[in-house]
Each structure stands twice: as C-alpha cells, then as structure tokens.
Design a protein around this ligand. Structure first.
Ligand code: WAQ
Ligand code: MG
Length: 272
C-alpha cells in the first residue's frame, strides 16, 4: 500500500519572513492501493482548492510506500449529543471527559489549549490527571499519520452516515483518526475542535464512550481549534507518539451510528 498525504498552505506577505511558518489551510491523508494513487492525488488537490480556510498557494503531496502490513481496526460507534447552545456544549465536554477519566484540572487545561489563540498543527498530549502537557514540540504537537480506511469499509461508512445525514469528508476523516487514537491503550480520551471557521461541531471520543459528536462546540467564523489526547499519567511519550505518527492503521470494519442522544442515554448505552 501507499500512504498519501496532502497539506495546503498560504504564504501571505505578512507571513513570508523566514522565521514564520506557512499558514495552514487544510490537510488530508489515507492508505491506498498503489493503483489508486493518481485518482486520490487529484481528489486531494480538489479538496485543497475548495477549502473554507482560504485558497492555498502551496500544496504539498507526499507519497510513501508502506512496507509493514497495517493494523486492522474497527471504527468507534458514533452518536451525536443533544446540544442546543454553546453553554450546553461546554457542560457536555466537561461531563464526557470526566466520565472518560480525566480530572477537572486537566479538562480546564485542555479547554485553554483548544480555545486559545495558538492553532497547533497537531494535537497536545496531556496527562489525564495532572493536566501536564508532554508533547515535545508545543507549536507542532503530535500528528496522527499513516492511517486510512479500506474501500469496502468506506462504502459501508458512507451509507451509514448518509442515513444519519452526516456523510462528509470531515466526519469520515475525523472518525478514522479518532478510531486510530482510541486504539492506543495509553490514551483514555480525545477532545477535538475543528479549526475550520464554518465547522462548529466537534467531538469527544474514547473506547468507553465511542465517538460523541458535540454540536455548537464553537461559534461560526472562529479560526481557532485544536485536539487533545488525554493519556495515562506516567506514560512514555515517545512510545505513544511512535504509534500515533508511524504505525500504519487501516480501518476495515464499521460500527453503528445512533442518532441524537441525551448525555444520560449515552452513559446508559456504554454501561459506565
Ligand atoms: N493529528 C493530530 N492533530 C491534528 C491532525 C492530525 N493528523 N490534524 C489536525 N489536528 C489538530 C490541529 O490542532 C487542528 O487545528 C485541529 O486538530 C482541528 O483539525 O463528526 O475538521 O482538521 O462532525 O480542522 C470534527 C468532525 C472535524 C466532527 C474536525 O479538524 C463531526 C476537524 P481539523
Ligand atoms: Mg481544519
């Protein structure tokens, strides 16, 4: 198989000093059979050009042969939590993360990161109890990579999501990523807020809770966002990072998608 990665960016005038990093617009990646490379690259270029964060003036495509056989995983079950306002979303995030095993302090710290002014390229690794950040590079964070979905599983997932009215690249990509992350034993939960100004649904996910979509996680027009991977205190960061960044993982089996549920229904469903 091949790992194909795309990253689109803008090098604006204010941004063209050597020290400044490019302004990130969008990225995508997957694991594919060799024969699909041309088609996939074309699709990625179209995606890069049609993104709400802006029109890129640089698109990097990386194509790499994967020698190891990817680890096969099943997707997390999907739910959407009933949520009508930004205030409600904040309460749900806290409740879900506490249920997953994060401390109140760690949750507050995580919220500071995802709603703060710095948009990292990757995720922060945060100790679930102490709230300490252990990623080696705080600007870049940890980038989950070498992940994808098999073509049969993708068809099934598209049908399942279509039924729920939520079939989009954004949801599918986020689910694949969250499912790879949740397979890491050292990770107890994830919090995600998109950095796309128009995308106001985020999620909290864990092996126990599944993939819980949270509407109104931010207000429209906001370019901030981020991801937090809550890890067990005392983990060896290099070990977790090696899995998240390097281990090829292919989603080849799809779990169910239940519609909109209350927090109590979600808790009941997973026998927490
Ligand atoms: N690995 C780690 N962190 C990443 C990665 C990655 N590969 N890609 C993005 N991030 C971090 C980074 O800090 C971004 O600012 C942040 O996540 C958000 O990334 O079911 O679109 O790609 O409707 O903007 C959620 C979908 C969509 C919810 C999330 O994230 C739903 C999304 P974005
Ligand atoms: Mg984005």
């Amino acid at each position: 198989m091949v790992s194909i990665r795309m990253r689109a960016s803008i090098r604006s005038k204010a941004n063209n000093r050597k020290k400044c990093a490019d302004l990130h617009v969008s990225g995508a990646e997957g694991l594919y059979e060799h024969g699909l490379t041309g088609e996939v690259v074309e699709g990625y270029i179209m995606r890069a050009l049609g993104h709400s964060r802006g029109r890129p003036d640089r698109i990097d495509i990386n194509i790499e042969k994967i020698k190891a056989v990817p680890k096969k995983i099943r997707s997390l079950p999907i739910t959407t939590i009933a949520c009508r306002s930004a205030n409600m979303a904040q309460r749900h995030i806290r409740d879900l993360l506490l249920l997953a095993g994060a401390s109140g302090f760690a949750v507050e710290n995580a919220l500071k990161v995802v709603y703060g002014p710095v948009v990292m390229r990757g995720a922060s690794l945060m100790c679930a109890v102490s709230g300490r950040r252990i990623e080696p590079d705080r600007r870049r964070g940890v980038r989950v990579s070498r992940l994808g979905i098999g073509s049969y599983a993708e068809d099934v997932l598209k049908r399942v999501l279509d039924k729920a009215g939520i079939n989009s690249d954004t949801v599918r990509d986020a689910l694949v990523l969250a499912s790879k992350v949740a397979c890491c034993k050292e990770v107890i939960a994830e919090l995600c807020v998109s950095d796309d100004p128009d995308y106001t649904t985020g999620y909290v996910s864990s092996r126990k809770l599944g993939y819980v979509r949270v509407p109104h996680i931010k207000s429209g027009g906001d370019r901030r966002g981020g991801r937090i991977f809550f890890v067990k205190d005392g983990v060896v960061p290099e070990k977790v990072i090696a899995y998240l960044e390097k281990k090829p993982v292919l989603l080849d089996d799809v779990s169910e998608c239940s519609g909109v549920l209350s927090i109590n229904e979600i808790i009941g469903k997973h026998h927490i």
